[in-house]
Write a protein that binds this ligand. Structure first.
Ligand SMILES: Cc1ncc(COP(=O)(O)O)c(C=O)c1O
Length: 426
C-alpha cells in the first residue's frame, strides 16, 4: 500500500513537473530581420558584422529634435556613435556641429574629417593626451582649437598643467570646468572652488579663457522611486548647476553678457529638461542607436537602430552536450527552446540575442568568441548561413568590434561606414 502510494505520488510529481515545462518561445525571423537575413545570406561578407539602420537612425534624430526644449542646443556624444560617417549623418539630420569627445585619437580624427565641428571634451584629458592632440594637429589646420575646442578641467592642479602646456606651445586654450551636480564622478563639488580657477585663468588671458561648465547627471533616475524620483533628482541637479552659475556671475559679472557653454544631460535624462533649465545645451548619443541598456521608459519613442548579424555555421536538431550523461537529450525534451543547436560565427559580445525569438546561449556548454552555441525551439528554423541578430548592450565599445558598419537602407546595404581608430603609437 505504502509503496503504491509512493509511486502514485512520484507519478503525480512527474506529471505536475511536465506541466511546468517552459513554453515554446521560439519563432522565425519577422519580415524586418528576414529581409536582412536573406540579403546577408546572398551577398553579405559571411562574417559577423554591425548593422546601422539608416532610416531608424534618421527617425531617432527627428524624435530627439522634437523633444529638445526651445532654445537649447544639441551636442552629439561622439563616443556613443564612434564612426565619422555616422556622426556626419547625425549632424546632417540634426543640424548640430557640436560634438562631445572622450578619446584623443577621436579628437584628431574628427578635427581632420569635420574641421568645422565644435568640440567639447567629455572627460579631463591627461596632459600628455592634450600634447599629443596638438602634435598630431600640426601648426596650421582648418580646425582652429582656439575657437573650436573646449578642454575639460576638473581641478586647479589640472588647470595648472594646461596653463604650462599652453605657454610651452604658445597656444591659447579654452577651458570648460567640470562640475559635480550629484554624480560624484569628480569635478568641482563646491561653487567656491571656482574662485581659484577663475583667478588663474584671468591672470593669464593670453593663454587661458573660461568657456563654461559641464555637469553630467547620469545618477538621475537610477535610484528606486521611493528614495528619489527622477523629477526630484533632476531638480537637485538644476539647483547645484545654478549655484555654480551664480558664483560665476558674482565673481566675474562680465560673463553675464558672454555666450558661454553650459552643458548637461545624456540620453537617459534628456527628456527631463525643459526650456526653463539653467543649461543651454544638452548632450546625447546612445539614444540615437538605442543599444539594449537604453531600453528605458524615458526613451520609449526611440527605436533600436544597431544590430549585430552573425552567420550560423552549424545547425543541428537536438542538443548534445559533452560527457557520458545524456544531459542535453533530457534537457531538450524538457525545454522546447533547446530543441535546435546553432553554432554561430563569433560570439560572447556585450549583446543580447534579438532574432529569431527565443534564441538563448547555453550556460552549461559555455561561451566562445570563436563559435558560440545558441539554442532555440524548432520554430526558430535557422539553417546554415542564416543569421542570428543581436542587440549590443551599449554602443561605445561594441560598435568598434566589427570593422566597418554595414548601413541598412530599406531592403539593402547601401554602404559601409568605417569606425574610428583607437590610436597608434606616439
Ligand atoms: C559627460 C557625458 N555627457 C553625456 C553623456 C551621455 O552619453 P549618451 O547619450 O551616449 O549616454 C556621457 C556618457 O557617458 C558623458 O560621460
Amino acid at each position: 500500500m505504502k509503496r503504491r502510494g509512493f509511486l502514485i505520488g512520484l507519478g503525480a510529481l512527474a506529471a505536475g513537473g511536465w506541466l511546468l515545462r517552459p513554453d515554446n518561445r521560439g519563432a522565425a525571423h519577422d519580415s524586418y530581420f528576414q529581409a536582412i537575413n536573406d540579403t546577408l545570406k546572398d551577398s553579405g561578407p559571411g562574417r559577423p558584422l554591425m548593422l546601422v539602420d539608416q532610416k531608424r537612425l534618421a527617425a531617432n534624430c527627428r524624435t530627439l529634435m522634437t523633444t529638445l526644449p526651445a532654445g537649447k542646443a544639441f551636442r552629439i556624444v561622439a563616443k556613443s556613435l564612434p564612426s565619422v560617417p555616422l556622426i556626419q549623418e547625425v549632424m546632417a539630420q540634426t543640424g548640430s556641429q557640436r560634438v562631445m569627445v572622450f578619446h584623443q585619437p577621436f579628437m584628431n580624427a574628427l578635427a581632420d574629417a569635420i574641421p568645422g565641428c565644435d568640440m567639447l571634451l567629455g572627460k579631463p584629458m591627461p596632459i600628455q593626451a592634450a600634447r599629443q592632440f596638438y602634435q598630431e594637429l600640426g601648426a596650421s589646420h582648418e580646425f582652429d582649437p582656439v575657437w573650436q575646442l573646449q578642454w575639460l578641467v576638473d581641478s586647479l592642479p589640472r588647470l595648472e598643467q594646461y596653463l604650462s602646456l599652453a605657454r610651452e606651445l604658445d597656444r591659447p586654450m579654452r577651458i570648460n570646468v567640470e562640475i559635480d551636480v550629484g554624480l560624484h564622478r569628480g569635478g568641482l563639488s563646491d561653487p567656491q572652488q571656482l574662485d581659484a580657477l577663475l583667478d588663474l585663468i584671468h591672470a593669464h588671458p593670453d593663454h587661458l579663457s573660461f568657456s563654461g561648465f559641464m555637469g553630467y547627471d547620469a545618477h538621475v533616475g537610477k535610484l528606486p522611486g521611493f528614495i528619489e524620483s527622477a523629477a526630484d533628482g533632476h531638480r537637485k541637479t538644476e539647483a547645484r548647476y545654478q549655484a555654480f552659475i551664480q558664483r560665476l556671475y558674482r565673481q566675474a559679472p562680465q560673463y553675464q553678457t558672454q555666450s558661454l557653454c553650459f552643458n548637461g544631460a545624456g540620453s537617459p535624462t534628456i527628456a527631463l529638461y525643459d526650456d526653463s533649465s539653467v543649461v543651454n545645451e544638452l548632450s546625447a548619443g546612445s539614444c540615437l542607436v538605442k543599444a539594449g541598456d537604453f531600453d528605458l521608459p524615458a526613451l520609449a519613442d526611440f527605436q533600436p537602430a544597431v544590430f549585430i548579424a552573425a552567420p550560423v555555421i552549424k545547425a543541428m536538431d537536438g542538443l548534445t552536450l559533452p560527457g557520458p550523461v545524456p544531459l542535453g537529450e533530457a534537457w531538450q525534451r524538457w525545454d522546447p527552446n533547446r530543441q535546435r543547436t546553432y553554432f554561430i560565427y563569433g560570439g560572447y559580445w556585450k549583446a543580447r540575442p534579438e532574432s529569431p525569438a527565443g534564441i538563448q546561449a547555453n550556460g552549461i556548454y559555455g561561451s566562445s568568441s570563436n563559435q558560440m552555441m545558441y539554442n532555440g525551439s524548432a520554430d526558430t528554423g535557422l539553417g546554415v548561413d542564416d543569421q542570428v541578430f543581436f542587440r549590443p548592450n551599449q554602443s561605445e565599445f561594441v560598435l568598434l568590434q566589427f570593422g566597418d558598419l554595414a548601413v541598412w537602407n530599406d531592403q539593402h546595404i547601401s554602404g559601409w561606414w568605417p569606425v574610428l581608430a583607437q590610436g597608434q603609437g606616439a
